[in-house]
Design a protein around this ligand. Sequence first.
Ligand SMILES: [Mn+2]
Length: 351
Amino acid sequence: MSDISTAWLKPYLEGKEREKMRLLYFTDTHLRGNTPQSRLDNLPETLKSKLEEVVKLAADLKVDYILHGGDFFDSPSPSLAVSGDLLECFRQFSCPVYAISGNHDLFGGNIHSLNRTLLGFLHRLGFIRLVLPGEKIYLKKHDTVLQLTGQPYHYEIDQRDPHLDYAVKKENADLALHMVHGMLLERPLPKEANFTLIDRIKDTEADITLCGHYHSGLGIIEKEGKIFANPGALVRLSNDKQEMTRRVGVILVKLEGEKPVCEFIPLISARPGNEVLTREEIEHRSDLRIKLANFIKEVRQNAEFERMNARRIIEEIARGEAIDKEAKEEALKRIAWVEEELRSKRVREIR
Ligand SMILES: [Mn+2]
């Protein structure tokens, strides 16, 4: 990684003595071993240099905790060789890492598949600490107590009452921070069907709500004394116009004095969009292998779409016919199993 001067960090470090607690938040790392066709670089290498920069930032900024907003991996069971390489970076953090799982971390987006995924496995080993739904974790430093909660992705998020996923109660703590892997927006987006507007959940008792899932990010928004933020994905996977110009970064959470402060810190190792993303049309490429790879990718994407539909159909039927919750959950669970089966079959086929 290129040398990163620390002179510019000075303003962030001033006043550190007075500070009670510092956390560094980033999200949607989508750790993976290959490069999507929208990118010109070697994505695993880029991911590595970004993670190295975040590790260095965490040390320079003297943060007490690392927070990850989900979609840690790009798939529920990534290859061990690739993951091992990238997880080496996570071992360099000198403070604990708390995370929530995203849709990509789970089979069929099903939270019940967590113990069969690599992320769930890392949690069991204690490598990463997952914040589970409904769980309250108390982080203490000097006389400050921070209540940490998290809502992992599940298939009803941004569709059911948003208070169930986004609003928390603050109990026995000075401050509360809630992480959600959901589509929190300030204004509706025409292309998105499922989202939650900040205005719907601003009665939460969390002082800070940190989200992921929406890769373009939300920025840092303050409403009625509460902070709602999403720095955007740490990796740009799509080549849409917004992603070409977006700055990639992390959020520094400073708990000091009167009220908490969040600051966006752009990553130096994230190169400008036009250097790493291509908008070139795939059909202009004549290489047969690329065409074949694309065809396979398309078939798989359609298969993915079918599964999404299957989930939605089950939801609709369950709603319309008043099917009981248990039966619906069993059906959704089975879809996750089928997806897991298909995935491992695919791995065998590729080999
Ligand atoms: Mn994501």
